[in-house]
Ligand binder design. Structure first.
Ligand code: HSE
Length: 433
């Protein structure tokens, strides 16, 4: 009989437990697709007592992942600890040094050290696989690396964080506030251990940096990603956006910059028209739109977080290794990935949503119009609704296309105006064509 593939899993939390469960539940199909049995021979986690509802008999338990990687007789190391540094990085490097294949869901590690790790793995002919790092259960890594290999990609746009999408869509559907919905997302197991990574756009930035490398053949470059999060989005903004025919989504966008030849990578909450495919993506779902010169636009959607989807992606990588399928980590040899200039958002040209909470008195609207006029920002629509409880009023403006630096200068002028009750709220409008 063919030798089984022996795997060790570090981190028996939501995803690790899910991975063991899939291997036990779908054993026959996975064996058939792998061409040999896949067995978990070792696991590492600090908490041995918790009942995870899985059968761990016959599996060697380690409290220390580093000891497991150093001593266990294994073919594949599945790293589900997380974090760009520390034990995750140390054990992945140790596994590669021992010529043990690595499967990881660790987007932070890949965003920060992906190129170096890929070079190490490729130099010794070992796989470093990370389908679970982006888009949860959506096979987007494989799609970009293999399925779209014939195309020149012009743009990648994605909803890449399940927690944020869950928060934004639940806020819209229920009118509940941000903190309350965040707590629920954490309880459902969607959020990172440190939820600031989700809500400040950092998790999306990590994932976008990885997709950019695969799509454009560039070195993973997290430092070039402009990232903003969703903490400041209020139910009011969601409601006003709706009135203008938009939905708010936290997007990651990467596209080639015609002027510099570099890649613009940006993450922020933005308004998109409600007829866009990404506007219909609700809850914990993720979706990625890839635009290629021959394939046109293709859309990939699925659950972006949670035990089942992430574990499904982890095991897909394990099956590839078992079956002997291997490609360069980021689609082309890591030594050939290009370093391109980063592009600043100052030069960004687009339409904008601005909400200003102001004291309701004569001349305020004229002051606002004056600041926009002085910085050559043209308004497309203005909306003002009755007074709020404190006799203040919200004025919402949609601009025509303008350069971001002009709008920022106009908002700076307005900040000095005594009629402004709080700093302006600004969001970009993305025309996804
Ligand atoms: N915290 C992540 C999310 C989990 O909410 O999408 C998957 O990376």
């Amino acid at each position: 009989m063919t030798q089984p593939l022996k795997i060790a899993i570090a981190g028996l939390g939501t995803v690790g437990t899910g991975a063991v469960k899939i291997l036990q539940t779908n054993k026959d199909a996975i064996t058939a697709r792998s061409g040999r049995p896949v067995v978990v021979t070792a696991v590492a986690d600090l908490d041995k007592k918790r009942d995870r509802g899985i059968d761990l008999s016959g599996i060697t338990w380690f409290d220390d992942a580093a000891a497991m990687v150093a001593t266990a007789d294994i073919d594949v190391y599945v790293e589900l600890i997380g974090g760009a540094e520390g034990i995750a990085r140390k054990t992945v490097e140790a596994a590669l040094a021992r010529k043990i294949h690595v499967v990881t869901a660790n987007k932070a590690l890949l965003a920060h050290h992906g190129v170096a790790l890929a070079k190490t793995a490729e130099a010794v002919g070992i796989t470093l696989a990370f389908e679970a790092a982006v888009g949860g259960g959506i096979p987007i890594i494989k799609a970009l690396r293999e399925g779209l290999a014939a195309n020149t990609i012009s743009r990648i746009t994605g909803i890449l964080n399940g927690t944020c999408n869950y928060i934004l869509t639940t806020m819209r559907n229920t009118g509940r506030d941000f903190a309350d919905v965040l707590k629920e997302a954490q309880e459902l197991g969607y959020a990172e251990s440190d939820p600031t990574f989700d809500i400040d756009g950092i998790d999306t930035a990590h994932k976008l940096a990885i997709l950019t490398s695969l799509a454009f053949g560039t070195q993973v470059d997290i430092k070039s990603v402009h990232a903003e999060g969703i903490r400041h989005i209020s139910a009011l903004d969601i409601q006003y956006a709706e009135e203008f025919g938009y939905r708010i989504r936290l997007l990651g966008l990467a596209e080639r910059d015609k002027k510099t030849g570099g890649i613009v990578q940006r993450v922020y909450p933005c308004l998109i028209t409600s007829d866009q495919p990404l506007a219909g993506v609700e809850g914990v779902f993720n979706a990625i739109v890839a635009e290629g010169d021959f394939v046109g636009r293709s859309v990939y959607e699925g659950r972006g977080a949670g035990a089942g989807p992430a574990a499904s992606a982890v095991i897909a990588d394990v099956v590839d290794i078992a079956a002997g399928r291997r490609t360069p980590t980021f689609g082309i040899p890591a030594t050939q990935l290009k370093a391109l200039p980063s592009v600043s958002l100052d030069q960004h040209v687009g339409e904008y949503y601005v909400r200003l909470l102001v004291v309701d008195r004569p001349g305020v609207l004229a002051d606002i119009a004056g600041a926009f006029r002085d910085e050559a920002v043209s308004m497309e629509s203005v909306l003002q609704r009755g007074k709020t409880e404190n006799a203040n009023v919200n004025i919402v403006i949609i601009t025509h296309e303008t350069q971001e630096s002009n709008l920022l200068r106009a908002l700076k002028r307005l900040k000095a105006n005594a009629a402004l009750v709080e700093p302006p709220h600004m969001m970009r409008i993305e025309n996804l064509g």
